[in-house]
Ligand binder design. Structure first.
Ligand code: GLU
Length: 331
């Protein structure tokens, strides 16, 4: 894997949609926030199509998403990256994890794991989540298996490897802590709340967690701006980062900004699954952009403003927000 230059902190952000359907108002909010954050920092904004899960993603949606982003004036500063074309990188990372015995094959079905957890004794409830037989025994060779990361080893690696400023990233006990620019300090007990998580699925596909960490590392991403529904993946990704950066003394500092979600009237997150409407590519783009901007606390633009001028104005507004953040860092 490409050596990590952790001293290079030139802003590089990404927007990483999964092509399981067209973009909707919720995805536009994230795309706009990540775009403005990159531009306001004088950085680069890169589109990454997360089409690793070939059972759910379709090329027609990748094309539709790129067309929608283009229509809203949000264009990648580098060639668009497709996860489906980067399997060799993920395989390389997988082999590295295997070499250091940080992962193990697990042939338990979800049902078996559920059964196992339900039958844990009270005392065992304080043990790491999922201490199923696969962790200690070789998985049965004829069964399909998934590969899980040893969360306890990953957390101890995180604790020993991490040479980052303590006020930015910190750790105590088995909790992984991180600062979110919007949400403030966040923490998760990876071992007891999440357990050993899958990095390669039993159908042979690399899991989202592995692909996203490999890509963020490999692409030299410095800033992750994404929806708040993804915030609880962060500890998993930091732990995985410390496992993949095994030869690095200093790990890259990823800054996080988890944006608010656009909700349905019933309070549910707007999503493709619950029938969110596709973003229009025929009406004035400023109509949907104004909605997203309002939710991000930015002023709306007159509908006869040019798209370029509107994005530029919002970049200036966002820049003011960043300055304010620096004067009053997250609580
Ligand atoms: N592909 C993910 C999604 O569409 C986003 C992943 C990320 O930003 O880390 O929800």
């Amino acid at each position: 894997m490409k050596p990590i230059d952790a001293t290079d902190t030139t802003y590089k952000g990404r927007f990483a949609p999964s092509p399981t359907g067209p973009l909707h108002a919720g995805s536009l909010l994230t795309a706009l926030a990540s775009y403005l954050d990159a531009k306001a920092h004088g950085g680069q904004w890169i589109i990454r199509i997360e089409d690793i899960d070939t059972t759910r993603c379709q090329d027609q949606w990748s094309q539709a998403i790129l067309h929608q982003l283009d229509f809203y004036g949000l264009r990648s500063d580098q060639e668009v990256v497709y996860q489906s074309k980067r399997l060799a990188l993920y395989q390389n990372a997988f082999e590295q994890l295997q070499k250091f015995e940080l992962i193990y094959p697990c042939s338990c079905s979800r049902k078996q794991i559920q059964h196992y957890l339900e039958n844990q004794t009270q005392q065992a409830k304080h043990q790491p989540i999922y201490l199923g037989p696969c962790k200690t025994q070789a998985a049965k060779p004829h069964q399909a298996w998934a590969w899980r990361l040893r969360s306890d080893v990953a957390v101890s690696l995180w604790q020993t490897k991490n040479s980052l400023p303590p006020n930015y990233f910190n750790q105590k006990n088995s909790h992984i802590l991180w600062q979110d620019r919007l949400l403030g300090e966040q923490s998760q007990d990876l071992i007891h709340e999440v357990g050993d998580f899958v990095i390669k699925r039993s159908d042979g596909l690399f899991a989202y967690q592995l692909a996203v960490v490999v890509d963020d590392l490999h692409q030299g991403i410095t800033d992750i701006v994404r929806g708040q529904d993804l915030a609880d993946n962060t500890a998993r990704q930091l732990a995985l980062l410390s496992c993949l950066g095994t030869s690095e003394k200093v790990l890259p500092i990823w800054r996080y900004y988890h944006c608010p979600l656009v909700l349905h009237t019933d309070g549910e997150k707007l999503s493709k699954q619950n029938g969110a409407q596709a973003l229009s590519t025929t009406e004035n783009p400023l109509i949907a952009l104004n909605c997203a901007a309002l939710q991000l606390g930015l002023p709306t633009q007159a509908l006869n403003t040019s798209l370029a001028a509107a994005l530029n104005n919002w970049t200036l507004n966002w820049h003011q927000k960043i300055i304010f953040e620096k004067i009053r860092p997250t609580q």
